[in-house]
Design a protein around this ligand. Structure first.
Ligand SMILES: [Fe+2]
Ligand SMILES: [Fe+2]
Length: 294
């Protein structure tokens, strides 16, 4: 199906990209199952079923994860990362599950499955997908650091929230790969992404049956006007901050913001944010967590 991407064909006038038409078609594609949403790898889904089954025990969980050698190796590495690392290294899946704890194995599996979701066979968008994955990891690491200051927040969940916050960009990129005009003019694609990705992110995570707090992260993280001052610091708060901080040292518009004017930065406090910046500059966690997610 074609959409009027170049609705005006007036000679001499630059072709105009019709953002509304693109958005409408993308929505229809999704509603009518014409676009393939990112999917979680089959084995991860199976593992999640076992983890979610209250009757499962450590042995069941270890067995299902052990079926996938790559997942098993990565889970052991993850259990030894600064997220859970203890004095002694664990060397088996069972040891890893025990160290992570049954409650956190779910987020561990999802964190480890996420890289596959950001991998594409569409060559035209591979660079952007890779860039998106790197950005998501950068946000996830900052989220882990931020979460470590708040006892109500779990670092594995914070990492997951960081990894999925921009997942709604994926279908936009996939759809855009059909239109060379979009890929040639980055600014058009950027506009589309910022216009659509939060709505799509909510949609994907609902489709994956993710918990409401993660859906909220995907759906609202760029709404920096959000009044977040009341209540305890939550995952949306730390992802908003982690996302802004991830652009430090770039020319992204977020670096021009006056942070003291943004409610969520007031809520966390500028001192804490400076401390996290310093920890990032010192390379805390960064290489170990990046490796753990590969
Ligand atoms: Fe975003
Ligand atoms: Fe982001």
């Amino acid at each position: 199906m074609n959409i009027p991407l170049t609705a005006q064909s007036n000679p001499g006038k630059p072709e105009k990209f019709d953002v509304k038409a693109f958005a409408l078609e993308l929505r229809q594609d999704i509603e009518q199952n014409r676009i393939r949403l990112p999917t979680l790898p089959t084995l991860s889904l199976e593992a999640l079923l076992v983890v979610n089954d209250a009757a499962s025990n450590m042995t069941d969980i270890g067995k299902i994860i052990g079926k996938d050698t790559s997942m098993a190796t990565r889970l052991v590495r993850y259990a030894n990362s600064p997220l859970y690392g203890g004095v002694h290294k664990v060397t088996s899946v069972k040891g890893a599950v025990i160290r992570i704890g049954v409650n956190a194995v779910r987020s561990a599996i999802l964190n480890l499955a996420m890289h596959d979701v950001f991998t594409t066979h569409h060559t035209l968008i591979q660079d952007r997908m890779e860039g998106l994955w790197k950005h998501s990891v950068a946000v996830a690491i900052r989220a882990v650091l931020l979460a470590s200051y708040f006892k109500q927040l779990d670092r594995g969940e914070a990492m997951l929230a960081g990894l999925i916050h921009d997942v709604g960009i994926i279908p936009v990129l996939i759809k855009a790969s059909e239109y060379s005009v979009l890929l040639e003019k980055e600014s058009n694609l950027d506009k589309l992404v910022s216009h659509l990705h939060m709505t799509l992110g909510k949609f994907i995570l609902s489709f994956w049956n993710f918990e409401p707090f993660l859906i909220e992260v995907a759906g609202s993280h760029d709404n920096l006007d959000r009044d977040s001052l009341g209540g305890d610091v939550d995952y949306l708060d730390i992802i908003q901050v982690a996302n802004v901080l991830s652009y430090d040292g770039t020319d992204h518009p977020y670096t021009q913001l006056d942070l003291s004017e943004i409610p969520v930065f007031k809520k966390l406090g500028i001192d804490l944010i400076e401390e996290v910046r310093q920890k990032m500059a010192a390379g805390e966690y960064e290489s170990e967590l990046t490796i753990a997610l590969q």
